[in-house]
Design a binder for this molecule. Structure first.
Ligand code: ADP
Ligand code: MG
Length: 241
């Protein structure tokens, strides 16, 4: 479904991603862990094609098609959906307007809005004066209405209370199960793992993948020893985890 082949990415003067290799097969869910500033959001933004990153080497394939040079809109049309960590506020565009643009079926909009508890927010401007948790639920609402085949989720649970993490986690899991959809999920806290079972997890430190293992195991190690252990483990195959 997605193949990231030896990808290195630069922004400004610094190389942020260094020779990243990740493959996600159909219906697989892959998690990425890593400390702040390690390059996780950059990876997801490069996959969807945000233009302020310069690709130094490597390629990105989606369904065996080289998408490295495609525009964001073309990648979205192919079936890649993204939930940003910090989505922009857009004055003058109502959430409902955007929903109608993304999905023609009003019942489907209504049903998903209720499920994600955003039905009371539909007449509001996009992300304007919404709480952190509301923004995340609205992001998820929009991306699921696009019915992607690959979901890129950047810390979907950050700033969301426990009850709403459960609402989001269950809705996401239902979609992944029903939609035959793959996912690349960045998580800091790991709460989302209680709702979505992962096939694989990676740790990213300083722009490099330093570990590949079972996501629950990675989370357990990070909670016990912090990222320091992952850094030490790097290069020594399977040691530590
Ligand atoms: P993470 O999501 O893992 O916290 P990011 O991918 O957001 O990390 O950022 C990785 C590093 O790249 C950080 O040091 C950040 O400051 C830097 N960075 C990200 N975007 C840019 C940019 N547009 N210009 C310069 N540096 C950037
Ligand atoms: Mg980030």
């Amino acid at each position: 479904m997605l193949k990231i082949d030896n990808l290195s990415v630069k922004s400004g003067d610094s190389v942020i991603l260094k020779n990243i290799n990740i493959e996600i097969k159909e219906s697989e869910r892959v998690f990425i862990f890593g400390p702040n500033g390690s390059g996780k959001s950059t990876l997801i933004k490069t996959i969807i094609g945000i233009s302020n990153y310069k690709i130094l080497n490597g390629k990105i394939f989606f369904k065996n098609k080289d998408i490295t040079e495609l525009k964001i809109s073309e990648r979205a049309k192919l079936g890649i959906g993204i939930m940003f960590q910090n989505p922009p506020k857009i004055y003058g565009i109502k959430i409902y307007q955007l929903a109608k643009y993304l999905c023609k079926n009003e019942n489907e909009i209504k049903e998903l809005a209720e499920k994600l508890r955003v039905d009371e927010l539909l007449r509001r401007d996009l992300n304007v004066d919404l709480s952190g948790g509301e923004i995340k639920r609205v992001e998820l609402f929009q991306v699921l209405l696009q019915k992607p085949k690959l979901l890129l989720l950047d810390e979907p649970e950050s700033g969301v209370d426990i009850e709403n993490i459960s609402v989001m986690g269950k809705t996401l899991n239902d979609y992944l199960e029903r939609g035959n959809c793959s996912a690349l999920i960045i998580t800091h806290t790991g709460y989302i793992l209680e709702y979505i079972k992962g096939n694989r997890g990676y740790v990213m430190i300083d722009g490099k993948i330093t570990c590949e293992s079972n996501p629950e195991k990675i989370l357990e190690m990070i909670r016990k020893y912090g990222y320091e252990k992952c850094e030490k483990c790097y290069g020594k195959e399977n040691e530590g985890i």
